[in-house]
Structure formats: C-alpha cells, structure tokens
Design a protein around this ligand. Structure first.
Ligand code: NI
Length: 188
C-alpha cells in the first residue's frame, strides 16, 4: 500500500467527469488499497479516485455512525438516486461539509436526506445501499466527485463568495497543487 498525493481544487481531473472502470484487476485492487490507506491517514470518510489524480469512476468510504456501526466499502461505476432537497434554513453547524481536495475549509451545504447508491464492488458484484443522514451525504459528495463537481461548486451565498475568497487566498483554483497525508499537515 502506498499513500498517494491528494490533488487540490484547480487540478483538471477534479473538474471533469471520470471515466468508467472497465476491468476489475490487480491494478484496480491495488488502487483501492491505496485509496483506503490514503483516506485513513488524511483522515477522511470518503475519497474518490480523481482526488488522487486517477481518472476513474470509483470511490471508497469508511464512516462509523452514532450507533458504532461501520459503513465501509468501494463503489465502482456508481449511480445515485436522491430524494428532493429539504427546504428550510441551512444549519451552519449540522450541515458543514469539507473535502480533502479543498483542505482546511468547511462550508454548510444542503444535501438530500436519502440517497440510494447502486455500484459494483471489487468482486464484480452489484450492490445497493439505501442511505440516510450523514452516509447519504458522503455518497452525494463522493458521487459528485465522479461527475467533476466539488461541494464548493454547489454552495449558496454567502458561502459561495467566502469559499471563492478562501481558495484564492490559499492560491488554489489552478492546476499543480497537491498534498500528501502524513507529510503535509492540512485539515480537510
Ligand atoms: Ni471531496
């Protein structure tokens, strides 16, 4: 297992639709192992292949809920079905989201309460997870990565402006920036 560099917003691979995975082979299994290791060290609860510069439609996730149940898996060529977005005031604490490709920043964002993920696992079998709450949020965030969408692209004002300022202050939003979990100390 090798810890991979995580690319930062502005890197083109983050901003385009990822290519479908065609072969589940040793190369892909190694990639997934690296993604789990990198996500764990970052640390994060989800990581999409484009975030380590790999233009493929898969993500990994690993999150323990309030009942101590671990949700961990690989989603290859996923699709996602969403409930409509809840209406009402955005909660600046409970709906705070972050991304390892926009390290150190967090902004509130409305997400669907329920997301039905269908994807292929490393054995080549299709599975479906009917997720609610934070797991549904993780799936929406990671699935977006495969469409070339960062959560920062979905922010509403005033957070959208705050985010643009933060990214420009950090000097990001252009190609060529990355960080290495375990070496660089950035919070994501
Ligand atoms: Ni992210």
């Amino acid at each position: 297992m090798r810890i991979r560099d995580i690319v930062i917003t502005g890197e083109p691979v983050l901003h385009r639709r990822a290519k479908p995975v065609v072969h589940i082979d040793d190369h892909l299994r190694e990639l997934v192992e690296d993604m789990f290791g990198t996500m764990e060290l970052a640390p994060g609860v989800g990581l999409a292949a484009p975030q380590i510069g790999v233009d493929l439609a898969l993500f990994v996730y690993d999150w323990v809920d309030d009942d101590d149940i671990q949700h961990r898996g690989v989603a290859i060529n996923p699709t996602l079905l969403l409930d409509p977005l809840p209406i009402g005031e955005l909660d600046d604490e409970d709906e705070l989201e972050g991304c390892l490709s926009v390290p150190g920043e967090r902004f509130p964002l409305r997400r669907s309460d329920r997301a039905i993920l269908t994807a292929t696992n490393l054995d080549g079998n299709e599975y479906t997870i009917d997720a609610t709450g934070w797991l549904a949020r993780i799936f929406q965030h990671e699935y977006d990565h495969l469409l070339g969408i960062l959560y920062t692209d979905r922010l509403v004002e005033p957070h959208a402006s705050d985010c643009r300022e933060a990214i420009s202050r950090d000097g990001w939003g252009v190609p060529g920036y990355s960080w290495l979990p375990g070496r660089d100390h950035l919070e994501g």
